[in-house]
Design a binder for this molecule. Structure first.
Ligand SMILES: [Zn+2]
Length: 88
């Protein structure tokens, strides 16, 4: 259940897109597809937001980690605010 600005209640139907479409494969060699499940900072999108099922989220997490390890996906982005630097 999600509240929008006007306080209306609507139920967002989240469906695992990998279950819905069995032809979709989770492959660590496809960074463009995996990037859709990471934030701008390179973090994985949690299951509660992406709507993936537990099984596919696990497979996806492994694929993202593999892609990171062979530099197809970033672990993090280098764009850090200068404010963060000053604290050290
Ligand atoms: Zn699924």
């Amino acid at each position: 259940m999600v509240f929008d600005r006007n306080r209306r209640i609507f139920i967002k139907h989240k469906i695992c897109r990998f279950c819905a479409d069995p032809s979709l494969r989770i492959d660590y060699k496809e960074p463009n597809m995996l990037a859709g499940f990471t934030s701008e900072r390179g973090k994985m999108i949690p299951r509660r937001i992406s709507g993936n099922c537990a099984r596919h989220q696990r497979i996806l997490a492994l694929a993202i980690k593999r892609a990171r390890n062979i530099a197809l996906l970033p672990f993090t982005t280098a764009k850090i605010k200068m404010k963060e630097y000053r604290e050290f």
